[in-house]
Design a protein around this ligand. Structure first.
Ligand code: ADP
Ligand code: MG
Length: 420
């Protein structure tokens, strides 16, 4: 079969040129499958993991259909769960619409409403929005949704997880019933199924990776590490290699993320490190991401919540300093590296209390992640009493979850004493 190119799609010269300028040479799998269907006017449910190019999969055919500036009210609406995602979609629109006169606006929180209102009043063709700000604009009448011909829910499962179902229903209720609906998601869940049944019209379902398969181009390994202190020793050792050029380090909690980033700052200088977590405001987060992409920043330390769905480019390595407890997050995390046909590596530190979660993750991704020998050069520090107790408790907890009959090897008594 000949290699597909973007010229194989029924787009136009303006789009083909913009795609070329963007440096996209080969469509990704989801693009190859979705673009013709969306151009054909079908409702589509597209499931493909993070970093596989879902944005262009719906945007290119959308821009082709919306074509040029017309009227005042928007004809296309894209709803996403977070501001950062909206900005990424807008960046893609900007990139692809450069040879057209299409007008677009991002309706997102965290900034004033004036510019957004002005843009709407002047007329836009495409709106990209988070649900909250969209309603804020719609309810007082700054936005008319009667002309919407195409509606996209991007990162649908996140939208639902974040509790936006109610807002989505309200938005759906005020748009014309006859329109093209597209739903994209990195993962498939019962909730996604339900909402697609609710509002997609005879949808064609595209699944690029059945179940959760990790990006093929990412090589994955795990290290078994007995405790926190030894994790730091191992991190130190790994970071000596210059191959680890742009490293994203994932932690479970804000506290650990902050500690690790402070540690790296002391060691490598503060200009090398930024941290992303839920407490950082929008601008700080966007700034950190930009600096990581464009400037000498070498480390980005993040929690899952803060990094969810954000497109961060040029990551050479992902280090899972802690194993995520939401197993899908593992796939999201390592999706940061090897994005869109680039290769990369993911390294996961597994503490004794995490072996259970590792098993679950392996089950989810459908393969075993090879265990790397612990490097001889790295000092193994003894596990402090508190940390050991806490790990043993976790392990008991996990056994109990698997086997409700299990009484617990770790002393139930001690636990009760502690609670007092
Ligand atoms: P997803 O939404 O599936 O997580 P994105 O649409 O954000 O993925 O794409 C991930 C990255 O890959 C973006 O930087 C995007 O510009 C880039 N990309 C997408 N498609 C291609 C392609 N065909 N060729 C090269 N880069 C691409
Ligand atoms: Mg996306």
């Amino acid at each position: 079969m000949p290699t597909p190119t973007f010229r194989d799609f029924k787009l136009n010269k303006q789009l083909w040129s913009a795609i070329e300028d963007a440096g996209f040479t080969m469509p990704t799998e989801i693009q190859e499958k979705a673009i013709p269907l969306v151009l054909g006017g079908h409702d589509v449910l597209g499931i493909a993991q993070t970093g596989t190019g879902k944005t262009a999969a719906y945007l290119l055919p959308m821009l082709m259909k919306i074509k040029y500036a017309q009227g005042t009210d928007p004809r296309a609406l894209i709803v996403v769960p977070a501001r950062e995602l909206a900005m990424q979609v807008v960046d893609h629109i900007k990139m692809f619409s450069k040879y057209t006169d299409l007008r677009y606006v991002a309706l997102v929180g965290g900034t004033g409403t004036k510019t957004q209102k002005d843009a709407l009043a002047e007329g836009v063709d495409i709106v990209v929005a988070t649900p909250g700000r969209l309603m804020d604009m719609y309810l007082p009448g700054f936005l008319n949704l009667k002309a919407i011909q195409m509606f996209v829910m991007d990162e649908a499962e996140r939208l639902l997880d974040m509790g936006f179902k109610h807002q989505i229903d309200r938005i759906l209720a005020v748009m014309p019933a006859k329109k093209q609906n597209l739903l994209f998601s990195a993962t498939w869940s019962e909730k996604v199924k339900t909402i697609s049944e609710d509002f997609l019209e005879a949808p064609i379902e595209i699944r690029v990776s059945p179940e959760m398969k990790t990006v093929k181009t990412v090589s994955q390994i795990v290290y078994m590490v007995p405790n926190m202190r030894t994790k730091i020793n191992l991190l130190d050792y790994l970071l000596k290699s210059e191959m680890l050029r742009k490293v994203m380090i994932f932690c479970k909690t804000k506290a650990t993320a902050t500690n690790i980033s402070k540690y790296l700052e002391r060691k490598y200088g503060s200009e090398m490190v930024r941290v992303l977590h839920g407490n950082k405001d929008h601008n700080t987060r966007m700034n950190a991401i930009r600096m990581f992409r464009d400037e000498p920043l070498r480390f980005l330390v993040a929690t899952d919540v803060a990094a969810r769905g954000i497109d961060i480019e040029g990551v050479s390595h992902v280090i899972n300093f802690e194993v995520p407890l939401i197993y899908e997050d593992y796939v999201h995390r390592i999706g940061r590296t090897g994005r869109a046909l680039r290769t990369g590596d993911s390294i996961t530190f597994v503490a004794p209390g995490d072996e259970y979660h590792l098993k679950k993750i392996q089950k989810l991704i459908g393969n075993k992640i090879p265990v790397e020998d612990f490097p001889e050069e790295v000092e193994i520090t003894e596990t402090p009493y508190e940390e050991r107790q806490s790990m043993l408790r976790d392990i008991d907890e996990q056994r109990r979850r698997e086997d409700p009959e299990f009484k617990g090897a770790f002393h139930e008594k001690k636990r009760k004493e502690k609670k007092k």
